[in-house]
Design a protein. Structure first.
Length: 236
């Protein structure tokens, strides 16, 4: 077994409350955890349309249910098609029934619905992945929250300059990490990325040491991948 000082440092940049949950899990796995949220999430004023116009709701993040407020109650008759288990759980807690739960991002979820005539309401954040709509599926979007940027801390910049592993939980996190690396002139090639899904890998861009995608879009799968990357021998 590798001794603790031989592990590469792991950097987490997702917003709270997820940051603390992931950090606690990763530390319990014996990982050397650094980083801090690179953005905070805040609600955006929105209006809920009439639920009778739609066949279902498309949701890519539990933040929808954290920040959507009272207006969500108007829509609880519609089934939620959720990107993954955590989002599905948040939907149920908010009083919704879950239609489908995805295993590989919103695009895969939409592709699974292909061949059906559906009018879906997408509840999303300001930063969201662009979706290719299958024939017969129409999507209207409402924005319920946005990410407010935070900077990389000085101690994290110093560590990242020497290398490590960065776990990316979302496209918004990928965007923020890119911006901060460029702003501080940090070398992407020294850092390996563990990403939660293929779209996040695309958004992270080029030039990283390596980019690995988790087997499934969940925190536990992402951290298991990050653990494997932290243990790899940089010379090997």
């Amino acid at each position: 077994a590798l001794r603790i000082h031989e592990l590469k440092p792991l950097f987490l940049f997702r917003p709270e409350p997820g940051w603390s949950v992931s950090a606690q899990t990763a530390r319990a796995m014996g990982l050397d955890v650094h980083g801090s949220p690179l953005f905070t999430i805040e609600p955006v004023p929105w209006d809920a349309p009439s639920p009778t116009d739609y066949d279902g709701i498309l949701v890519g993040s539990a933040n929808v249910f954290r920040h959507g407020g009272k207006k969500l109650e108007k829509l609880t008759k519609l089934p939620v098609h959720a990107v993954g288990e955590a989002t599905a759980d948040a939907a149920r807690r908010a009083g919704f029934l879950v239609g489908r739960t995805g295993r590989g991002g919103l695009q895969n979820l939409l592709d699974d619905l292909d061949g059906r005539e559906l009018h879906l309401l997408r509840l999303a954040g300001e930063d969201r992945v662009t979706l290719r709509l299958p024939d017969g599926i129409r999507v209207d979007t409402r924005i319920l929250y946005r990410a407010v940027p935070e900077g990389l801390r000085k101690e994290d910049r110093a560590l990242l300059a020497r290398g490590g592993v960065v776990a990316l939980h979302s496209g918004a996190a990928a965007e923020r990490v890119k911006v901060e690396f460029d702003r501080h002139g940090l070398d992407r090639a020294r850092v390996d990325l563990a990403v939660i899904g293929p779209r996040v890998a695309e958004m992270a861009g080029e030039g990283w040491g390596a980019v690995h995608t988790a087997d499934a879009p969940g925190d536990s799968e992402l951290l298991a991948l990050a653990q494997a990357l932290c243990k790899t021998d940089p010379e090997g």
